[in-house]
Design a protein around this ligand. Structure first.
Ligand code: ADP
Length: 331
């Protein structure tokens, strides 16, 4: 279309110039000069039209994506109820819970109970459903059958604040905002003091690192600033959880290889939380398992065995195999 317009324009211009020369309005030399100059005009004109068409195309793609989000086509709609629990102690229970992603059953009549202040590790093969348990507890998905109870109350009867306000999920790669360290804390607690930040950074074994940065707590971290390693991100997320004081902390241990020191620091950070919080850990490493009060082995959508590390080694051949395969991997 742009080319056709350009040809029509040139043809029209030639006719106009001939007409002007014939009527002695323009001399031949001026007409030639004008015709030469038209090349510049046309190039700009065509470039601009092409740019405009490109922009229109991009605009269409972007609006489609934005509207898909606005109209909630991209995400499952979250449904909360109105019951409110202000502060919880950290007791909860899965009671005959079943759950499937579309038609793919992952949790099958699962039951277990967690007591306030316990540190419990979930182990099992990859794909066994450990992360799904976290997603159900955080009500990112709803159970198909059975109940999840927090302090004896069905989470389906609770409002968003009662669930999300009492549970922190620390994922394998927590999101860190592109702001200063201090502002990352202010997002979870508006009036936080510098002392509180330092205290929680010390407990999460990150203070020495922050202190070594030239701008300390004012260092910009995240996409545009100092990039933190996976282990540092998780420790910062632990520090934020400490500030929020949510009673239940779900911790998905990073699967990526961490060096021994980072691993030890994360372990110390979790140990510092022990007893004061109910901590659930998806454990990918033996060091975490050994310090847990209880280990639940997840297999075939159920809790196949539970107990302390030594107990499970004796009573579950699956656990023993998992343990031995990790020893081989770590050699
Ligand atoms: P684990 O944490 O034990 O590795 P997950 O809970 O992540 O296991 O996954 C359990 C099973 O559910 C896996 O087979 C996984 O592929 C499947 N799954 C996980 N998330 C989804 C999802 N959003 N949609 C469909 N299937 C999923």
């Amino acid at each position: 279309m742009v080319r056709l317009l350009s040809d029509i324009f040139i043809f029209g211009l030639v006719l106009l110039l001939i007409y002007l020369i014939k009527n002695n309005i323009l001399s031949i030399s001026v007409a030639v000069a004008l015709f030469t100059y038209k090349t510049n005009i046309m190039t700009n004109f065509m470039d601009n039209i092409s740019l405009l068409l490109d922009e229109v195309k991009n605009f269409n793609v972007s609006t489609d994506r934005v509207f898909a989000i606005i109209e909630k086509k991209e995400f499952v709609e979250e449904k909360f109820s109105h019951g409110h629990l202000k502060k919880v102690n950290g007791n909860f229970e899965f009671k005959n819970v079943s759950f499937a992603y579309d038609n793919y059953k992952v949790i099958d009549n699962m039951s277990f109970q967690i007591n306030s202040g316990e540190t419990v590790a979930f182990v099992g093969k990859s794909g066994a459903g450990k992360s799904t348990i976290f997603n159900l507890l955080g009500k990112i998905y709803d159970v198909n059958k059975g109940k999840i109870l927090i302090e004896g109350v069905d989470i389906n009867t609770l409002d968003e604040d009662s669930i999300r306000g009492n549970i922190t999920i620390i994922s394998q790669n927590p999101y860190i905002f592109n702001m200063s360290i201090k502002d990352n804390f202010r997002l979870v607690k508006e009036n936080i003091t510098e002392e509180e930040i330092i205290e929680s950074l010390k407990l999460s074994c990150l203070y020495d690192f922050v202190k070594s940065l030239p701008e300390g707590l004012d260092t910009i971290i995240g996409e545009g600033g100092t990039n933190l390693s996976g282990g540092q991100r998780q420790r910062l997320a632990i520090a934020r959880a400490l500030v929020q004081e949510t009673k239940i902390i779900l911790f998905d241990e990073a699967t990526s290889a961490l060096d021994n020191e980072t691993q030890r620091d994360i372990q110390t950070a979790i140990d510092n939380l022990k007893g004061k919080y109910t901590i659930l850990i998806i454990a990918h490493r033996l060091s975490t398992i050994k310090n847990a009060d209880r280990i639940l082995l997840i297999e075939n959508g159920q809790v196949q065995a539970e107990g302390k590390h030594q107990e499970l080694l004796k009573k579950s051949s699956t656990y023993k195999k998992l343990y031995e395969s990790e020893i081989v991997e770590n050699k």
